[in-house]
Design a protein around this ligand. Structure first.
Ligand code: FAD
Ligand code: NAP
Length: 342
């Protein structure tokens, strides 16, 4: 285990922002993780787990020990004719898990294909796409407490999963590092393809009774077509969460704004499409200096060659303010901000 001081994080975030961490360490397993946490305690530095940096914004340098777990792989815990139970290491690449589980005949994750990042970060925001959320397949999350080094096991209910949310973003924020996730995946295929963009793609491909492989192929194709590749246009995916508002508020807004997309939720609230609000407020394709809102996807903010996240955050603040003024809805950022703002 080698601790590197004053390390640049540019290659550790998909927005390609420049920032330095006080120290960075890549750990291979739980013993090295314990060693790294002990080092951080001795130095008085907060440890910061970082996967592939696809959901973070670095606003400035970080006074932290950045911990990158690269231990990957999985083991089968148990299985029967109906399902399999897997333990997957935090450092495993998410898409690789999706693709390999499908090859094994373990289903369910196909709607979540091509989401960047690691398995360890996936429970943090309960990743979701095309009508499926991670929580459906999680049995338990293994973690280590940052302060005590104690090993923790959180059953699914204890993870308090919500819409792009979990206990790891609230009560346990900064308090634990996820080391592995236990999944239960069905062996019996049941393709989930009601999400409109997915259903349209399957129809266009002439698929009448989709298999999980068909869903995987369609999701990969739609995402490749629709979402900017961070390797060419550095971005952090959706920059804002879709706001959830009370039904009465959504009705009132719809009366004022014809065409407002509304998605009723199980809890009675209504989800609005943040991309629609941003586009209507005139921000789609807008560029300021080195940062901008993608011309084809209003939820995606792009770094066109800037160094510091400050310019990006200032532009984001303007977007939030103008959407609030126009619709009286406050957008919340999805990626988490780290580092000292100048
Ligand atoms: P990071 O960005 O490294 O970390 C994210 C947060 O999790 C940080 O707060 C970090 O400290 C914490 N964290 C990371 N690892 C651990 C750990 N082991 N223990 C505790 N905390 C940890 N998200 C979706 O939900 N659906 C999508 O469809 C989707 N599409 C995307 C498309 C693009 C092009 C991009 C760039 C992003 C997209 N995202 C999407 C967001 C992102 O991919 C996910 O949030 C992903 O889970 C982040 O993984 P990561 O390893 O990059 O996490
Ligand atoms: P889209 O299909 O253009 O839809 C726009 C928005 O409308 C989405 O945010 C989606 O909410 C919502 N929506 C559409 N149909 C819906 C339905 N039938 N029921 C409920 N909500 C519906 O979205 P997109 O931007 O191309 O993304 C496709 C999928 O990938 C979405 O699920 C999106 O969340 C996911 N994605 C996430 C990120 C990220 O960084 N978080 C980045 C890229 C893509 P939901 O977002 O709740 O699905």
């Amino acid at each position: 285990m080698q601790i590197r001081r004053a390390e640049s994080l540019r290659s550790f975030n998909t927005l390609a922002l420049e920032a330095r961490a006080t120290a960075l360490v890549e750990v291979a397993g739980e013993a090295e993780l314990a060693e790294a946490l002990a080092w951080a305690r001795a130095e008085g530095l907060p440890p910061l787990p970082l996967g592939e940096g696809s959901n973070v914004v670095f606003a400035g340098d970080l006074e932290a020990l950045v911990i990158h777990q690269h231990a990957a792989g999985w083991s089968v815990l148990a299985g029967d004719a109906e399902s399999v139970r897997l333990r997957v290491s935090a450092g495993e690449n998410w898409h690789s898990l999706v693709a390999r589980s499908l090859q094994q005949g373990w289903y369910g994750l196909e709607n979540l294909a091509l989401i960047p990042g690691t398995v360890g970060a996936a429970p943090v925001q309960n990743i979701g796409a095309y009508g499926v959320e991670l929580e459906r397949f999680v049995e338990a999350v293994h973690a280590v407490a940052v302060e005590s080094g104690e090993k923790l096991l959180l059953e699914r209910d204890a993870c308090e999963f919500g819409y792009r949310d979990s206990v790891f973003k609230s009560r346990l924020r900064d308090k634990v590092i996820i080391t592995a996730v236990d999944f239960r995946l069905p062996r019996i295929p049941a393709a989930e393809c009601r999400y409109p963009a997915l259903a349209t793609e399957l129809e266009a491909r002439g698929v009448v009774a989709p298999t999980p492989q068909d869903v995987f192929d369609a999701v990969v194709a739609v995402r490749r077509r629709r979402l900017p590749d961070p390797a060419r246009e550095p971005n952090a995916g959706s920059f804002f969460k879709n706001p959830l508002v009370e039904a009465g508020r959504a009705d009132a807004l719809a009366a004022e704004c014809p065409g407002l997309p509304r998605y009723p939720q199980a809890d009675g609230r209504v989800k609005l499409a943040a991309a629609w609000l941003i586009e209507q407020a005139g921000w789609k394709g807008h560029r300021e200096g080195q940062f901008g809102i993608h011309p084809e996807h209003a939820l995606v903010m792009v770094n066109y060659g800037g160094d510091s996240g400050e310019g990006l955050l200032q532009l984001a603040a303007q977007v939030v303010q103008s959407v609030r003024e126009r619709f009286a809805v406050t957008l919340e950022m999805e990626p988490r901000i780290y580092g000292k703002r100048p």
